[in-house]
Design a protein around this ligand. Sequence first.
Ligand code: ADP
Length: 513
Amino acid sequence: MTYVIALDQGTTSSRALLVDHDSVVRGVAQKPFAQHFPQPGWVEHDPFDILETQIGVLNDLMDREGLGPDDIECIGITNQRETTMLWDRRTGDPVCNAIVWQCRRTADIVEAVCAERGVADYITATTGLVPDAYFSASKVKWILDNVPGAREAAQMGDLLFGTVDTWLIWNLTGGKVHATDYTNASRTMLFDIHKGCWDERLCRMFGIPMHVLPEVRRSSDCYGVTASEAPASHRGLTGRGRDLPRIPQGIRICGVAGDQQAALFGQCCTSAGRAKNTYGTGCFLLMHTGKVAVSSRNNLITTIAASAPGAEGLEYALEGSVFMAGALIQWLRDELGLIESVEESEQMALSVPDSAGVFIVPAFTGLGAPYWDAEARGAIYGLTRGARREHIVRAALESLAFQVNDLIRGMEDDAGCCLELLAVDGGASRNNFLMQFQSDILRTRLQRPVSTETTALGAAYLAGLQTGFWQDMGEICARRSIEREFTPGMDACTRDAAVMKWSRCIERTRSTY
Ligand code: ADP
């Protein structure tokens, strides 16, 4: 019996998951690591913490399950996206800590680069992204401009750039392979998503020598084999290096994708009109658009989707996010004290027939896509003397569904196609009231899989499809178990009236109102 291991390198922890041929997750090992906030708005990770915890959980999982390298068919990697590092190609020493996707230190750089006429439009047209410090380009520039000696070393050809996937691949293969996949490359703001190559003009704009960039490969590909010959930094022989755990040798790395694209793949959303939404602290919504890179009129991002081996050309997705999703339910619990646990929100919402006209617009940090208003702030509408906490809790859950509905309508408008099916995952997808209300408002079927480890499954599928562990997507999707399907039940008048009232609340919440 062999297994596929998914390495899931997230923002707060590293995980390793053992996946069997039936897509059942047989074991999980997880280790959190430190977050560094050296200044307000700055977020960093120590690249060796990432490595140490990731190799640590791989070893823990294999030891605990009594497995050797021969029992592992291959490894798939999925990772926090955009987080940026540069390291010395001879020793493996990073030149500084990784700059994490959340870090805002380079907002000025993006503003300065985009001050020149036409640049912002060029970035969007080429990369599919709305220019922002979130993506890797300005982070690389910051390191080259601010770490003493970094620019000279880069120019001499001594430094390598990578997102977290690239850092892991390079280290796991003993410094032999410097590569990334299309999905991660598409988040750097340096990659032409139409031509499928690094863009010279963007590299020039951000002052990045092109020879620091990794080779870009398909998400399902033979990246390399894990090696026991670790870079010098692993033996603590270099300035920043440390004694790292041994790497089990001889396992193939055959799948790589950024976390959201891996989840889309893991949810079997591999054709146009299929979408997945992750209901976590925020929501991450991706809709597959087939071979068409749809440009958005609704402030959504166009990104490369992971595809199965053998697919010709690139495949794309539209991506949008909701800032306040599960976080709003935590706010009801922690700041308002209306519920004792987030789970309780379900029963409380179901204990009343409707929200009694109460609407919450959770614009705590502004309104994201498709509205895009950074100055807007949250509001509760429709309060009457009869409004009770049950109504407020219900309105909070409903606000998640309304926000997701607006994002999806924006995606449909951009793509000119209709949502076929929404696959759901994430903590708040366990809330049955929310899922039913979401299906009602969207007028679409929702599917909640038995295993909500969709990100890890996506990475495992990409790797296992490459080696033949699974024959094709058809085999994987046929075996996938759906825990529950939600179908729309609300009558059209009630639904349309609710959506119209919500839209009015959004209008009133805008900062310009
Ligand atoms: P993340 O990966 O962003 O930390 P998770 O997928 O673990 O998020 O989901 C946690 C979020 O989901 C929390 O914000 C929590 O409030 C919300 N959540 C979890 N369970 C429920 C539930 N039953 N009802 C509503 N919200 C929930």
